[in-house]
Design a protein around this ligand. Structure first.
Ligand code: ATP
Length: 290
């Protein structure tokens, strides 16, 4: 590795709770969400460049290499705001499925902000990095927080850290053959009436803290499950298989298309991932709180 280069992990998230409360006049949505950081990670390498260029490469054909990559934009915003003269070569190994409700692009952007703050010796505070993150995307601040759990309000960027439970949670995460664009999923909400969820975040947080998985079926909520359209058939098929494998509860993550099941043990999550992974259309992962 070149001298001064950094190798970093860039983790995914799932949402254990995602309630869309209302549409704002600016078109954005007010949400209440519970984020969980999980052990499925991309790898990011940052190597300093002297000439001020930002170069980015990924090993994933569907992900943009240049300025439309959120990680590239994160580096640019730091250069512009803080007149940083240095450049960077960014290499991203994608492991997190794309457009899957797992926040991969947002996490990559947060990792680049945190990493360049060190590499370029910018000495920015966490508060400043959170603010910059929010200007890149509403899921970015959660990854800047570097906390396993958080409650998000507003567009998801107003965060409160949650103390991690004694035991981490285990999941089997499944990405079907199709992807869902976050923008289109939220647009679909125009056709449905937004109703307040039956469950309550406070009660969910208590159940997480005490490992009361038997309470999860009533507490896991995702408003965006109501706007899946025809794709609901495949999502329900995955949920049914996860339940047959022993999942205590199942839910769509973010705007989808990934679905996860919550399992009582690592062994059960691994067994479920092996079983569901046999379906050639699906990618299955056993993951835990990270
Ligand atoms: P979110 O829930 O934050 O909307 P997601 O997990 O559903 O995210 P991403 O994997 O972040 O979706 O990708 C969404 C889109 O962003 C893709 O179409 C992709 O081309 C683009 N994109 C830009 N930068 C990245 C990146 N670093 N990694 C993955 N996708 C990126």
């Amino acid at each position: 590795m070149a001298t001064g280069a950094l190798r970093l992990v860039s983790p995914a998230k799932i949402n254990l709770f995602l309630s869309v409360l209302r549409r704002r006049p600016d078109g954005a949505h007010e949400i209440e969400t519970v984020f969980e950081r999980i052990s499925l990670c991309d790898e990011i390498r940052l190597a300093p460049l002297k000439d001020g260029k930002i170069l980015l490469r990924t090993d994933c054909p569907g992900v943009p290499d240049g300025p439309s990559n959120l990680a590239w934009r994160a580096a640019r915003i730091l250069q512009e705001k803080y007149a940083a003269k240095q450049g960077v070569r960014i290499g991203i190994r994608k492991r997190i499925p794309v457009a899957a409700g797992l926040g991969g692009g947002s996490s990559n952007a947060a990792t680049v902000l945190l990493g360049l703050n060190r590499l370029w010796r910018l000495r920015l505070s966490r508060k400043e990095l959170l603010r910059l993150g929010a200007s890149l995307g509403s899921d970015v601040p959660f990854f800047i927080l570097e906390s396993p759990f958080a409650v998000g309000r507003g567009r998801g960027e107003r965060l409160r850290k949650i103390k991690a439970p004694r035991r981490k949670l285990w999941h089997c995460l499944v990405k079907p053959g199709f992807s869902i664009s976050t923008r289109k999923a939220y647009e679909g909400l125009k056709k449905v009436k937004l109703t307040p969820p039956q469950a309550d975040v406070k009660i969910l947080l208590r159940a997480i803290r005490n490992g009361r998985l038997e309470r999860f079926p009533k507490l896991l909520v995702n408003s965006l499950e109501a706007v899946l359209g025809k794709r609901v058939i495949e999502i329900l098929k995955i949920k049914k298989e996860l339940t047959r494998q022993g999942a205590a509860a199942t839910l769509l993550s973010g705007s989808g298309s990934s679905v996860f099941g919550v399992f009582a043990s690592r062994a059960q999550a691994i067994r479920a991932a092996r079983f569901l992974g046999k379906n050639k259309q699906w990618r299955a992962f056993a993951v835990s709180t990270f």
